[in-house]
Design a protein around this ligand. Structure first.
Ligand code: ADP
Ligand code: MG
Length: 401
């Protein structure tokens, strides 16, 4: 188990300045924030530090300004949303280093919160420049990282600062690390992984890592088509990466060697055109797909068999939908298996962790997101963790044991 310091290790912070790296890279419709999930994730950490009496300086990136000051990418665009979620007034400071920050600190009282400018306005951020990190650290006493979703980047605000100030994991970082540890670090076995989505090529490293970690690998989505084709199945007009046949065979061989059972569907839902409830919709055995049909979801029998597999497991990690879930009824397998996982989790017999942009959308649409043990909204960082990579922002917080 990775060891890191948390807010539990902090007492009274009156008179202390704490830099908190948060994720405020919020979706916008041009002027307004359309989803404040990330602010709500960071709020407990910010309010707890404020409650301990610290002057809290929020650090975040917003968009990709690439080291230039781009006014439309000022992090102040998120200020209203931040204030609304926190229920507090937050001061905006248009710098991250130097006198402007120092002077702001003389105005801030104990427990007050300020939002510093977009860290990516400075080239040293993405270069993880030591001088920039030192200049940011000069105005503060402590560093808290609460942005797991940015932890796969070794930037000044996500990695460099952790070496310059006493460093702590915030509450949302802590929850994420605990959930991920429970799912793949030191899980209760048997462990099942569901990997779906469009393409094998985008998740090769995930598949390669998982076969050595889990007892059951459930492959769905477009990537199941590629595996089926590699096995000699005629997948018709399905989305399929035929050129990856040899790679699929290698993954299957590695799974075999590691004692990991790979589950491919034996029935599928197909159609001749990709549209909602098409006239050509039918379910068939994988060996009966016609040349002009597309596999758009795994079939009901396969889904039922997978639910039975989950019943034998104690831990589930899920990335990628099982079908083209945005279009009905090709969400059927994803919704059904998600409901099975949610029910087992509610019964207390399964630990279920899921992540990925489309996966989270699919689980929300299925109405089961709250019943999973943990849903990661971290995107790239979640996938890198599923690939077994060390995340620099997490490594930097780690205390030697
Ligand atoms: P995530 O964002 O959760 O990591 P991906 O981006 O890898 O997931 O994959 C999601 C996409 O895969 C969805 O847009 C979905 O429509 C598509 N998809 C899943 N199954 C199929 C299929 N059989 N044919 C075509 N597209 C599919
Ligand atoms: Mg996606």
């Amino acid at each position: 188990m990775t060891k890191f310091k948390t807010l539990d290790d902090l007492g009274d912070l009156t008179g202390k300045v704490v830099l908190v790296r948060v994720d405020l890279n919020l979706p916008m419709d041009g002027v307004r924030v359309t989803d404040d999930t990330r602010v709500r994730a960071a709020a407990p950490t910010i309010l707890e530090l404020s409650g301990k009496g610290a002057k809290v300086l929020l650090l975040a990136h917003f968009g990709r300004p690439k080291g230039e000051k781009v006014s439309t990418m000022s992090v102040s665009m998120t200020l209203d949303a931040v204030q609304a979620v926190l229920g507090r007034e937050v001061m905006f400071v248009p710098e991250i280093t130097g006198d402007v920050v120092t002077q702001s600190l003389t105005i801030l009282r104990s427990g007050d919160i300020a939002l510093l400018e977009n860290t990516r306005f400075w080239k040293g951020e993405e270069a993880n420049d030591l001088e920039l990190a030192k200049a940011i650290a000069a105005n503060a006493d402590l560093y808290v990282n609460d942005a797991f979703s940015a932890a796969h980047r070794a930037h000044a605000s996500t990695e460099g600062l952790a070496h310059l100030l006493p460093a702590y994991a915030g509450r949302s970082m802590e929850a994420e690390l605990k959930a991920l540890e429970a799912a793949l670090g030191n899980p209760q076995r048997p462990v099942a992984a569901v990997v779906g989505g469009a393409k094998v090529s985008s998740k090769l490293d995930v598949l390669t890592h998982l076969v050595t970690q889990v007892d059951h690998l459930i492959i769905g989505g477009g990537m199941a088509n590629t595996f089926l084709a590699a096995r000699g199945v005629n997948v018709g007009k399905s989305l399929c990466e035929h050129e990856l046949a040899a790679t699929c065979e290698q993954i299957l061989a590695a799974a075999d060697q590691a004692g990991c059972t790979v589950h491919l569907p034996y029935d599928v839902t197909v159609a001749k055109e990709f549209a909602a409830n098409p006239a050509s919709l039918r379910t068939c055995n994988v060996h009966e797909v016609a040349a002009d049909e597309m596999i758009l979801d795994i079939g009901p029998q396969a889904t039922e068999a997978l639910a039975d597999v989950l019943k034998t497991c104690r831990t589930l990690v899920w990335n990628g939908p099982l079908g083209a879930f945005e279009t009905a009824p090709f969400d059927a397998a994803t919704v059904a298996l998600a409901r099975s996982a949610a029910a087992l989790t509610k019964e207390g017999v399964l630990i279920s962790v899921a992540g990925g942009g489309d996966t989270v959308a699919a689980l929300n649409a299925a109405g089961v997101a709250d019943d999973f043990t943990y849903i990661s909204t971290a995107g790239g960082a979640f996938l890198e963790w599923m690939e077994g990579k060390e995340l620099p922002g997490v490594v930097a917080l780690t205390v030697p044991t």
